[in-house]
Design a protein. Structure first.
Lengths: 112, 112
């Protein structure tokens, strides 16, 4: 069966510090991968998605970047965090781009 | 721009009551999914509907896809505290392009 991991589960970082969040998927090959941000328990904002190694599409211009160094690994990064980067970050995978998505447990990021 | 509007945004009811939440759009979707998210966790897929007029049941939950595939509803019978959470609908446009469009969710609280 497929599983998706995210770490860390929680993170508190000062403004201006770098960020690296990691997501890995097990039990499937060539998944589509996604990074979302969710504010205050509401809707999901799609940040990046990837259909393959090294292929990244950005949905919203911002202070963040994403990379996919391996088939089942997706990394969200920032060189300098802003207060507005605080939120709940979710990684997800799917077989098809517009198909069912399966989410990781999320990372709660607080920027102080 | 395709949008999914969910209503109501918030719903607080007593255990044993019935409720219906709605997901509406002016756009046609090839499929529509419902997810439930508990605080501090990632969304979990409940159901996918693909055919106009389709009705699916999952224990006390009944999901319906509109005939024109522009809207959907989720009906819960005899709600229980364990039903508490954020209910998200997401529409897929099909094909190899595009991603899921997520609504902002209905936050349900079922009090014992």
């Amino acid at each position: 069966s497929q599983t998706i991991h995210q770490w860390p589960a929680t993170l508190v970082q000062p403004v201006g510090s770098p960020l690296s969040l990691e997501c890995t998927v097990e039990g499937t090959s060539n998944p589509n991968l996604y990074w979302y941000r969710q504010a205050a328990g509401r809707g999901l904002q799609l940040l990046f998605y990837s259909v393959g190694i090294g292929q990244i599409s950005s949905e919203v211009p911002q202070n963040l970047s994403a990379s996919r160094p391996q088939d089942r690994q997706f990394i969200l990064s920032s060189k300098k965090l802003l207060l507005s980067d605080s939120g709940f970050y979710l990684c997800a995978w799917s077989v098809r781009l517009a198909g069912e998505q399966f989410f990781g447990p999320g990372t709660r990021l607080t920027v102080l | 721009t395709q949008l999914l509007e969910q209503s109501p945004q918030f719903l607080s009811i007593q255990e044993g009551e019935n409720l219906t939440v709605y997901c509406n759009s002016s756009s046609v979707f090839s499929s529509l999914q419902w997810y439930r998210q508990e605080p501090g966790e990632g969304p979990v897929l409940l159901v996918t509907v693909v055919t106009g007029g389709e009705v699916k049941k999952l224990k006390r939950l009944t999901f319906q896809f509109g005939d024109a595939r522009k809207d959907s509803s989720l009906h819960i019978t005899a709600a229980q505290p364990g039903d508490t959470g954020l209910y998200l609908c997401a529409g897929g446009v099909g094909g190899s392009q595009g991603n899921l469009i997520f609504g902002k969710g209905t936050k349900l609280s079922v009090k014992p």
